[in-house]
Write a new protein. Structure first.
Length: 429
């Protein structure tokens, strides 16, 4: 390095009160060697300030992190006006101890604007990294429990099918009921075991967010919270699907505005529509009479259909909501139409089955609104179950690459629903 650069750096470090800076601060020259450091850095690595001078700053990081730091400093030299994105690293002391830190770089210039080195700030992130590792362990446990749940459910479904056939041949109704009871009890217990670690993880991360100071720590903590809440959302969906299977569930049917149902649902998904750059249009008459429904069930069904449309419609696409009454005024309906990917012919017969997302598992993801991601396969199964409880049906018109239209139809009143149940017709869904 040129003598002038060293003198500029030495002068800059003399002017700056390095110990007033929070965190562990190091000033390096263009050769990536330490010019100055604050007492926090010296104390952490166990060396005096004099002993630190002239040492390569990358020598104080673990091997892979050291290579990344050297590359970032080299990039900074090529692009002296650029601020480097912070990254996580392990700060290594001469006696071999490692500490979790977040590393931030910023260029330093002389009075003429020439690059003379960089400042390297190490901020302790031990608490955050511990929380992230705990989150990873919890997530792994949850994924394993979910796989076990799916495997056991598949096994029980196969047993259910075998026993159902046996009942037709041998009238083994009692055994069939026992297996169904075992399935329900198993899912109840498994759901509880899944909910507990999610609740604990969310609580820990909430506490971490309140105590954190660094912007980076807060950002990553919020990301961890979103992940935990996503897992909680999956569990809540599974519990709703379980509750819908119970014969005692009949719904709370009251007269509600169909237009308001669509307006509220559109408002709920508006943030995701905006993030994806989609257009959500609503074409609903203003003079629709009230319709009897369980508002909670029907709102869940509509939001599930809307979230599916959001996930499978490319950025900039359109989603259209429509609603109305049948020509004989006996039934109410709404549709969700998108300009998305459509549904493959191979997948179409199974889309309303629980746990079915697609035969193509490459797009499986825990994302809630990102394009072309698939969840655990609860949503459409729940839509179908809730619509069935209304005495209605849900149908789909779709073609691969040409979008989809889901239509939900149900009797306007419970009296009409009872009349329809006594008349033969096409099976719903």
């Amino acid at each position: 390095m040129a003598v002038s650069s060293k003198s500029h750096m030495a002068a800059a470090s003399a002017v700056l009160d390095l110990d007033a800076v929070p965190g562990k601060l190091v000033l390096v020259d263009v050769e990536q060697r330490i010019i100055a450091a604050n007492q926090r850095f010296a104390a952490r690595v166990g060396l005096s300030l004099e002993a630190l001078r002239g040492q390569p700053v990358a020598d104080f990081l673990a091997d892979s992190d050291a290579a990344l730091l050297r590359q970032r400093l080299t990039d900074l030299r090529a692009l002296p006006q650029r601020m480097m994105v912070p990254f996580d690293a392990s700060l290594r002391t001469p006696d071999g101890r490692d500490f979790d830190v977040t590393c931030s770089l910023a260029p330093r210039h002389d009075a003429a604007g020439a690059l003379i080195g960089a400042s390297v700030l190490f901020v302790d992130c031990t608490v955050r990294k511990s929380a992230e590792r705990a989150q990873e362990e919890y997530t792994h446990s949850l994924e394993q429990l979910y796989c076990d749940l799916e495997q056991r459910t598949n096994e029980l479904s196969a047993a259910y099918a075998d026993l159902h056939e046996a009942r037709v041949r041998t009238a083994a109704a009692e055994e069939l009921a026992r297996v169904e009871q075992m399935k329900t009890a198993f899912i109840d217990v498994a759901a509880h075991e899944l909910r507990t670690p999610v609740t604990l993880l969310t609580g820990v991360l909430d506490c971490l967010q309140r105590e954190g100071e660094e912007t980076v720590r807060e950002h990553l903590t919020q990301s961890a919270q979103r992940s935990a809440r996503r897992l909680s959302s999956v569990l809540n969906m599974a519990l709703k699907l379980l509750a819908a299977d119970r014969p005692e569930l009949t719904g709370r049917f009251q007269a509600h505005s169909l237009r308001q149902l669509l307006t509220d649902a559109a408002s709920d998904v508006a943030p995701f529509v905006e993030l994806r750059g989609l257009q959500l249009r609503s074409e609903v008459p203003t003079d629709l009479p009230p319709v009897e429904m369980d508002i909670s069930m029907m709102r869940d069904a509509l939001i599930n259909l809307l979230m599916n449309a959001i996930k499978f419609t490319p950025d900039g696409g359109e989603i259209t909501l429509r609603a109305g009454l049948s020509e004989d005024q006996q039934s109410a309906w709404f549709t969700v139409t998108d300009t998305g990917l459509g549904i493959d012919d191979d997948d179409r017969p199974y889309i309303f089955e629980r746990f079915f997302a697609s035969f193509d598992t490459r797009h499986h993801s825990s994302g809630s609104f990102e394009f072309n991601t698939r969840g655990p396969g609860f949503g459409l199964a729940l839509v179908r179950k809730f619509v069935l409880l209304h005495g209605g049906q849900v149908t789909v018109q779709t073609a691969a690459g040409a979008g989809s239209t889901f239509t939900v139809t149900w009797p306007r009143t419970q009296q009409m629903r009872q009349q329809g149940a006594d008349e033969p017709g096409v099976l719903p869904c």
